[in-house]
Design a protein around this ligand. Sequence first.
Ligand code: 5GP
Ligand code: ZN
Length: 137
Amino acid sequence: MKEDCIFCRIANGLIPSTTLYEDDDFRVILDLNPASKGHALILPKRHSQDLCSLDDETAGKVLPLAGKLGTAMVKALGCDGFNLVQNNGEAAGQTVLHFHMHIIPRYANGPKIVAWKPGTVSKEEMAQIAEAVKAEL
Ligand code: 5GP
Ligand code: ZN
């Protein structure tokens, strides 16, 4: 745990939170500034800054846990679906530098949450992008 990391402190119970779920590896809490009713955050108890530094074992547990929480939210809150959002880097909107997965319940009657405006790309540019990324895999 990183002493000066707020999510380390919350995940490990040093700062109180509204907890939906806890096990040896994770704490799932309600977001203080929710995008919709029930907005929750999956916090690993072990510190990693973002997805790029998260160990594979922990990473492998995140999606099943998100599915479990989303299923419970549909039943308990009556939401019509949910988004998983996971920001890496300040440019991507990450404000707390401890890996976390957002679970955002979505309701047919809102609130509306717009993630991006669809853009355009040429076939040539797509091919260039694909080659550049594949070279780094
Ligand atoms: P990010 O923008 O880094 O992906 O998301 C950080 C999230 O953490 C935001 O949605 C913000 O509202 C939430 N948050 C920040 N500080 C706290 C806190 O102390 N407690 C809780 N429950 N949520 C927090
Ligand atoms: Zn941390």
